[in-house]
Design a protein around this ligand. Structure first.
Ligand code: S3P
Length: 169
C-alpha cells in the first residue's frame, strides 16, 4: 500500500517539525511546500506577499499542490496553513494523498508558539491573537473537510505525535 501522507493545520501547528520526523521514521522523502515555493519563487513568502499579494501566492500554492497530488511516489508533505482555503486544494489533498492528517491545536496554544515569529505575513497585524482566533474559526471546518484524520497536538511531544500518526497508517 502507498504511503502518501499530507499534514494540514494552522500556522504553528507543527506540520514541518512533525512532518520531518515522521518522514525520517518512515524512511520517506519529506517535502515542505512552503520551502519548495520559496525556492521556486526565488524569495521568501513574506516578500512575495508584500510584492504580489495573497491571491498571487495562492495561485502558485494551488499549482504546486496539483503537481504534487498528481505524483505517485510515497512521501510526507507539509502544507502551508492556508492551502485548504480553495475547494480544489481540499479535493486534491483527499484524492492525491492516502493519509491527510489535520494537526489540530487551539488558537491560544498556537499563539504561544508563534508569537515571536516574524516570518508569517498573515500574523503581522496589531492583534495576532485575535487574528489567529478568526483564522481558526474559518479554517477549522476546512481542515476537517480536507483531512482523513484529526490529530490533537495540545500536550504530546513531537515523538508522541509521530507515534500517533504512524498508528493511523
Ligand atoms: C499561511 C501559512 C504559511 C504560508 C503563508 C500563508 C496561511 O505556512 O504558507 O504564509 O495562510 O496560514 P505555515 O502554515 O507553514 O506557517
Amino acid at each position: 500500500m502507498q504511503t502518501r501522507c499530507a499534514l494540514v493545520g494552522m500556522p504553528g501547528s507543527g506540520k514541518s517539525t512533525v512532518g520531518r520526523q515522521l518522514a525520517r521514521r518512515l524512511g520517506l522523502p519529506f517535502i515542505d511546500m512552503d520551502h519548495l515555493l520559496e525556492q521556486r519563487l526565488g524569495c521568501s513568502i513574506s516578500s512575495f506577499f508584500e510584492q504580489h499579494g495573497e491571491p498571487a501566492f495562492r495561485d502558485h500554492e494551488t499549482a504546486l499542490l496539483a503537481e504534487l497530488a498528481a505524483e505517485s511516489g510515497d512521501m510526507v508533505l507539509s502544507t502551508g496553513g492556508g492551502v485548504v482555503l480553495r475547494p480544489e486544494n481540499r479535493a486534491a489533498l483527499r484524492q492525491g494523498f492516502s493519509h491527510v492528517m489535520y494537526l489540530r491545536a487551539s488558537p491560544d496554544e498556537i499563539y504561544k508558539r508563534v508569537r515571536h515569529s516574524q516570518t508569517r505575513p498573515l500574523l503581522q497585524v496589531a492583534d495576532p491573537q485575535a487574528r489567529l482566533r478568526e483564522l481558526y474559526r474559518t479554517r477549522d471546518p476546512l481542515y476537517r473537510e480536507a483531512a482523513h484524520y484529526v490529530i490533537e497536538t495540545g500536550r504530546p511531544t513531537v515523538n508522541t505525535l509521530v507515534n500517533m500518526i504512524v498508528m493511523q497508517l
